[in-house]
Design a protein around this ligand. Structure first.
Ligand code: NAD
Ligand code: IPM
Ligand code: MN
Length: 360
């Protein structure tokens, strides 16, 4: 009665394939140790290499091909030689939007043994950033007028729908209510008098429905400062697409680096597949060297296990990562080690232990 999770794998560009290989290793190890479930991985060779050959980032019917999978596991997209706005809009952003993956869950949590520049005190860094993932500043509404003329104009319009704004904020409050955490909105109503004032109004409206959930609202500039000086004040953070992009790289820096930051693109209705990917990109500066840190990809795999109903294994993977980081070796150069991507993947797979029966 073993169940099979059907996963679409899109390694993508640069270090994407290198780190994903290790995530797959850890997933396979979890399935082997458990015995009650297995993975069936289907590889899709889409990305900038595919573009060079076929003139498109994914197959014509790529979205239809992905539709029936239980989840998508993605490495990274983008590489010099293909304009970023083409590679990202035609693959990564296309999947997020086509599959209505409007919730982007990005934990900013300092795992045991993880390095951080915030060394002076035992700072509590444990937040979950919930980023609106398909509209806002990334709506794709705009134009280029009078190209090449002195009067040239570029327009990029933020689109904040009531439906889109309300559902992401409500999602954050639901999490706050369920886990007993505060919810903090990060916006910019002082300067963006239409979109962000609207966002703040919706936040206040939804907050009223959850009187037991403490709620706070920060301007994004001040919030960035507090991320560094007092990260413990943030628990669940809800924010717009662009702000969420920026503050989660900042959060990555605080909690172990981009090599450790994971993200899940969730379609809560489960009508479409959700997608799991590291926060980082294709890192062309280190691609091909075999030294990329696979831990972000492994953490994304842990998020995927949670999503697939294998939460005990999701937690077990995080514990295995902590064991390797606490041991201090093997770690990749970004974590001051000298190990390879593969060394780290093998070490995490070896550290992985079947969750005890008392924990089930
Ligand atoms: P990046 O995240 O690829 O790299 C930023 C820095 O972090 C680089 O110095 C890189 O070496 C380092 N880094 C990133 N991941 C690492 C890892 N796992 N181990 C060790 N070091 C790591 O961002 P960038 O350089 O601004 O962008 C490169 C390309 O990736 C661009 O084409 C960009 O558009 C794309 N990108 C894609 C995604 C995605 O697919 N989700 C995310 C961000 C950027
Ligand atoms: C991320 C990336 C993407 C984003 C880019 C590559 C379009 O930076 O996932 O954080 O901005 O969402
Ligand atoms: Mn980003």
């Amino acid at each position: 009665m073993s169940k099979t999770h059907n996963i679409a794998v899109i390694p993508g560009d640069g270090i994407g394939p290198e780190v994903l290989r290790e995530g797959l290793r850890v997933l396979d190890k979890a399935a082997a140790l458990d015995g009650g479930f297995s993975f069936h991985f289907t590889n899709f060779p889409w990305g900038c290499g595919f573009y060079k050959e076929h003139g498109q980032m994914m197959a014509e019917d790529g979205i239809e091909q992905l539709q029936s999978f239980d989840a998508i596991y993605l490495g990274a997209v983008g590489y010099p030689g293909v304009p970023d706005h083409i590679s990202l809009w035609d693959l990564l952003l296309k999947i997020r939007k086509s599959f209505d993956q409007y919730v982007n869950l990005r934990p900013v949590k300092r795992l045991e043994g993880a390095p951080s520049p915030l060394v002076e005190e035992k700072r509590n860094i444990d937040m979950l950033v919930i980023r609106e993932n398909i509209e806002g500043e990334y709506a794709g509404a705009g134009d280029r007028l009078y190209r090449g003329q002195p009067e040239e104009v570029a327009l990029q319009t933020g689109v904040f729908s009531r439906k889109g704004t309300e559902r992401i904020i409500r999602h954050a409050f639901e999490q706050g209510w369920r886990y007993g955490k505060s919810v903090t909105s990060i916006s910019k109503g002082n300067a963006l008098q239409y979109s962000m004032v609207f966002w703040d109004e919706v936040f206040a409206e939804v907050a009223e429905e959850y009187p037991d959930v403490p709620s706070y609202s920060y301007l994004v500039d001040a919030a960035s400062m507090f991320f560094v000086l007092d990260p413990g004040r943030f628990e669940i953070v809800v924010t717009s697409n662009l702000f969420g992009d920026i503050i989660t790289d900042l959060g990555a820096g605080l909690a172990g680096g981009l090599g450790l930051a994971a993200g899940a693109n969730i379609n809560p209705s489960r009508k479409y597949p959700s997608m799991f990917e590291p926060v980082h990109g294709s890192a062309p500066d280190i691609a091909g060297k075999g030294t990329a840190n696979p831990l972000a990809a492994v953490w994304s795999a842990s998020q995927m296990l949670d999503f697939l109903g294998e939460e005990k294994w999701g937690s077990a993977v995080l514990r295995a990562m902590e064991e390797v980081m606490t041991a201090g070796s093997p770690l990749t150069p970004d974590m001051k080690g000298n190990a390879t991507t593969e060394d780290v993947g093998i070490a995490v797979a070896e550290a992985l232990q079947k969750p005890g029966t008392h924990e089930r």
